[in-house]
Design a protein around this ligand. Structure first.
Ligand SMILES: [Fe+2]
Ligand SMILES: [Fe+2]
Length: 271
């Protein structure tokens, strides 16, 4: 099973750059085209939050129009820039969002790996939150099927990355989530966004994958700063390959056109 993850689309934002303005909707178009034309077509795409930049209905409608051109099913997870009710309303045919719970948590059972999406949104703040109700929910979900491998998705990383500016916007109670995950060894990985950089952490007997944005990056900044400027490095998506024999393998994939070389064949190595 191939699972693509795109994250932090921030549709609605147009960023002024040294090369002119960049409309982030165009970056989403590029990401969707890249995935649709990949030699390694994913079974599903997980869209892990910050779909809009301001939670405006128009921005969701524009993002949805592009996401709907994906040739495989896609599933959305809210980020700190998102608005739960708008997501429910605009992505109305996404049945997994239409629950009685105040949170947009769900589990996908129809694939060879269980996909568990956890809502870490705390409205009005950029910091994530896993309250008791959400932590109990994920613990119960994992307890229901201990034999089936699972991949957990949430927007906010539950662990610091060593960048003080970013670490102030992480997930409250992330450590508690780690202790829960540790009790469920079928969790092969936890995948997040929010940081706009690729980071991988060995965490609570599993692997925490933080995937860079498919729209824009932030510079790596390990010292404390008051703000970070966006930077347009090649944008990315992550491709998880789950197979019983190999386990979970992650590939970071770059979006866009980059110079390609011609193969020189496979010369013999010097002896
Ligand atoms: Fe973001
Ligand atoms: Fe975020």
């Amino acid at each position: 099973m191939l699972i693509a993850q795109i994250t932090d689309l921030h549709v609605g934002r147009v960023i002024e750059t040294t090369s002119g303005p960049i409309d982030l909707l165009d970056r989403l178009v590029d990401a969707v085209n890249e995935i649709n034309h990949s030699e390694n077509l994913p079974t599903i795409v997980m869209v892990t939050g910050d779909i809009s930049n301001h939670g405006h209905p128009d921005d969701y409608l524009r993002a949805k129009k592009v996401l709907d051109t994906l040739t495989m099913p896609y599933y959305i997870v809210p980020g700190n820039h998102d608005h739960r009710q708008q997501l429910r309303k605009i992505f109305a045919e996404h049945q997994y969002l239409q629950t009685n719970s105040p949170f947009l948590n769900y589990t996908l059972e129809q694939y060879s790996m269980r996909i568990i999406a956890l809502d870490s949104l705390n409205p009005g703040t950029h910091t994530g939150l896993l309250c008791d109700e959400r932590l109990k929910w994920v613990d119960e979900q994992l307890a229901q099927q201990p034999e089936i491998p699972a991949l957990v998705f949430l927007h906010h990383p539950p662990n610091k990355i060593g960048s003080p500016y970013v670490d102030r916007m992480m997930c409250t109670n992330g450590e508690t989530l780690g202790k829960i995950i540790e009790q469920h060894p079928q969790v092969k990985g936890v995948a997040c966004g929010h940081v706009h950089r690729d980071v991988v952490i060995s965490w609570h007997r599993t692997v925490l994958f933080i995937t860079g944005s498919s729209a824009f990056s932030y510079d790596l900044m390990l010292k404390d700063v008051d703000d970070l400027d966006p930077v347009f490095e090649p944008s990315v998506y992550r491709l998880f390959n789950w197979q019983e024999e190999t386990g979970l393998i992650s590939h970071l994939c770059f979006i866009g056109h980059h110079p390609r070389g011609l193969s020189e064949g496979v010369p013999l190595p010097p002896s």
